[in-house]
Design a protein around this ligand. Structure first.
Ligand code: P6P
Length: 352
């Protein structure tokens, strides 16, 4: 008997019952995200054919050259959130400050969204998978327009998080704290259809993902873990493989399904790590933990950290729980030699 196709919209409405307080706003916001993702998917898929590839003359807040598709994606999501009326404000990787919606309905909306509209965009011109990452919080300010405080919440306060991967197929993967579900876009009907119900990541894996180009600069603990992977006991059924795409969504999605660990440590170029807490580390950590994995900044859980600024970065180690545990053991040599003050500094930089 043909299995019934469950679309994203239908799934979201069915799952609304998970929230006794749900008034449908979060469901509507998630559906709006899915719609915007379809529009961006259309442009990403034909990026090579229209003048949307390449770079603009602009740089974003991080001094990174902005790809034309970055701008298109950012504008698309901003329009979608503004018209949804269920989002009070947005923090975007592409914008220095938050955008507060002040129309009558939006300004009383319950939710705020942090988003990386098109992560990994440096890969666009060479046809490598890129992604969108989003994180949804309940606003904490009660009256008047939203402020940055609505965004500087611990990752454990997220009500939903997800990503869209524009790859060999386009998938939307999200969690609302009740497991992780994946939906594949069926272009023939223009719908995201449930394809990966209740994703759980293996406790172990053979894939480790890191940019070896910075190896000279990694801490002794990170080097110790890499050596563990490279010199792994050949009696293992399968020694480790290094897989690194350079697109966080693609690397973590692969590791989530197959098992593995993704690492972006600190380095001279990135003394606090490269990945942004609000719209990269936190949403991906929420998903990885909901899938049974672990996500740490080094010694501490990513979701415990309360960010102090909108675009703040942190070191990232996340994936299969036994691999993250092994890494954490290796990292202890980085801290063993530290003075109490140095350790206190690390703790405060990692939000403990
Ligand atoms: P590197 C893409 O620019 C990104 O923000 C993430 O998607 C990716 O994991 C990382 O940077 C890659 O950085 O320094 O290895 O090129």
């Amino acid at each position: 008997m043909k299995k019934k196709v469950i679309t994203l919209d239908e799934f979201i409405i069915r799952r609304q019952a998970d929230f006794s307080y749900a008034s449908g706003e979060l469901s509507a916001l998630l559906r709006d995200l899915g719609f915007a993702a379809k529009i961006i998917n259309r442009e990403v898929n034909k990026a090579g054919l229209v003048d949307i590839l390449g770079t603009t003359e602009n740089e974003n807040v991080h001094g990174e050259t902005v790809k034309k598709l970055d701008i298109f994606a950012n504008d698309q999501f901003m329009d979608s959130f503004r018209s949804s009326k269920h989002c009070a404000a947005v923090a975007s990787e592409e914008l220095e400050d938050i955008v507060v919606f002040d129309d009558d309905r939006s300004k009383n909306a319950k939710y705020v969204v942090a988003i990386d509209p098109l992560d990994g965009s440096s890969n666009i011109d060479v046809n490598v998978s890129v992604g969108t990452i989003f994180s949804i919080y309940r606003r904490i300010t009660e009256n008047g327009p939203c402020t940055i405080d609505d965004f500087l919440q611990k990752g454990s306060e997220q009500v939903a998080a997800g990503y869209i991967i524009y790859g060999s197929s386009t998938m939307l993967v999200y969690t609302t704290g009740h497991g992780v579900n994946g939906f594949t876009l069926d272009p023939s009907i223009g719908e995201f259809c449930l394809s990966h119900p209740n994703i759980t990541t293996p406790d172990d894996g053979e894939i480790y993902s890191i940019n070896h180009g910075y190896r000279w600069n990694f801490s002794d603990g990170v080097k110790k873990y890499i050596d563990h992977c490279i010199n792994s006991d050949r009696s293992r059924p399968k020694p480790y493989s290094m897989r690194y795409i350079g697109s966080m969504v693609a690397d973590i999605h692969r590791n989530l399904i197959k098992g593995g660990i993704f690492m972006y440590p600190t380095s001279n170029d990135s003394p606090n790590g490269k990945l942004r807490i609000l719209y990269e580390s936190n949403p991906m950590a929420f998903i990885v933990e909901q899938a049974g994995g672990k996500a740490i900044t080094g010694l501490y859980r990513i979701l415990n950290y309360k960010p102090e600024s909108l675009h703040q970065r942190c070191p990232v180690f996340m994936g299969s729980k036994n691999m993250v545990e092994k890494l954490r053991e290796c990292l202890e040599i980085d801290y063993a030699e530290m003075s109490e003050d140095q350790l206190a500094q690390i703790k405060s930089s990692q939000g403990v």
